[in-house]
Design a protein around this ligand. Structure first.
Ligand code: TXA
Ligand code: MG
Length: 314
């Protein structure tokens, strides 16, 4: 079982090559130094994450980010000035300071400066970048509180308690090329907002969203899945439980509705804790009723997570 720990202890542990779960404003991350191969392997092992799924590197400063990439394009400069620290991850060509284990052998590295004061404090005091994937077992729901992390791992992982993650879903990931910006994972900083901002600053990129079916590395179709099945439907119907049991070969006796409300920021903040709460009863599945407003741009990051958490859609 994971254990709570202080910031000072977390820094000591990280320096000695251990992994520590840290709070960020998006979700909790399982952090470790990127210059220690055995630490990187520990991260993959604890998460049961396949080695083909690259890690995001967290930095305390622009200088630290620059030390990991081939070059720091002008677009990266203005984006980070606007959105860092915060839930935006930039994918850029890496340099030789980044171990291929971090990037799963890719020539690019994903970089982010988190906004949570405790994560920033740890990064600043260490003075070194930290790899930190979401602190959950591979494919499962991301943690937005220290309690979530503690219930996730049987291993002896230290956790810094930074309260409830205020954003609640993972960062937006974009890949920057010379002429193209590609959205690899939607987040609360919407792709539209990024495009509008860059246009305003005079950039003329082509913008590309990952096409359906096409995946960013490691972005497998089923992900963010809680212990009980999630079903998305446009409405309730009397035969739904039977239908679901038939298709999933399960024995659910009923369902509970996942109600995220109307406020999109609150919905993002509560999504994972609600999924975990509702998954506590093994006899019921989780039903999300899809409404017309869920197709809007502002709901796209939440719907992206729900679609991939869902076992069935009607
Ligand atoms: O908000 C977040 O980004 C959280 C917090 C802890 O910072 N982290 C997070 O990490 O969500 P993780 O490992 O759960 O998701 C990172 C995603 C993975 O899907 C991975 O495939 C992708 O980032 N990724 C990492 N490096 C990449 C690269 N070089 N190119 C493309 N995708 C990359
Ligand atoms: Mg994750």
């Amino acid at each position: 079982m994971a254990q709570p720990c202080s910031i000072e202890r977390a820094i000591e542990l990280l320096k000695s090559g251990e992994v520590v779960a840290l709070p960020t404003e998006t979700v909790y991350g399982l952090a470790g130094l990127i210059d220690r191969e055995e630490t990187l392997k520990k991260i993959f092992n604890i998460k049961k994450r396949p080695f083909f799924d690259p890690l995001i590197v967290h930095v305390a400063s622009i200088e630290m980010a620059k030390s990991l990439v081939e070059e720091w394009p002008e677009a990266a400069r203005v984006l980070c000035e606007e959105f860092w620290p915060g839930p935006l991850t930039l994918v850029l060509p890496k340099n030789e300071n980044v171990n291929p284990l971090v990037t799963s052998g890719l020539e690019t590295v994903a970089l982010r400066m988190p906004q949570h004061p405790l994560a920033l404090e740890v990064l600043q005091k260490l003075g070194k970048p930290l790899a930190a994937p979401s602190a959950n077992r591979f494919g499962k729901t991301s943690p937005t509180s220290a309690e979530h992390v503690m219930s996730e791992f049987s291993d002896d992982v230290a956790v810094v308690d930074g309260g409830e993650s205020q954003v609640g879903i993972e960062s937006t990931i974009i890949e920057l090329n010379e002429s193209t910006i590609k959205l690899l994972r939607p987040g609360v900083i919407s792709f539209k907002k990024i495009q509008e901002f860059l246009k305003l600053k005079g950039f003329t990129f082509a913008y590309q969203e990952i096409l359906q079916g096409e995946q960013a590395p490691g972005q497998v179709k089923h992900h963010y899945m809680p212990e009980q099945a999630v079903v998305i439907a446009s409405q309730e119907n009397g035969d739904l439980v039977n239908q679901v049991n038939r298709e999933l070969k399960t024995k659910y006796t009923s369902y509970q509705i996942l109600n995220l409300g109307e406020d999109v920021n609150l919905a993002a903040r509560q999504l994972y804790s609600e999924l975990r709460r509702l998954a506590g009863d093994p006899s019921v599945f989780i039903l999300f009723i899809r409404k017309p407003q869920h197709q809007s741009e502002e709901w796209s990051a939440i719907m992206n997570r729900l679609n991939r958490a869902a076992s069935l859609q009607y």
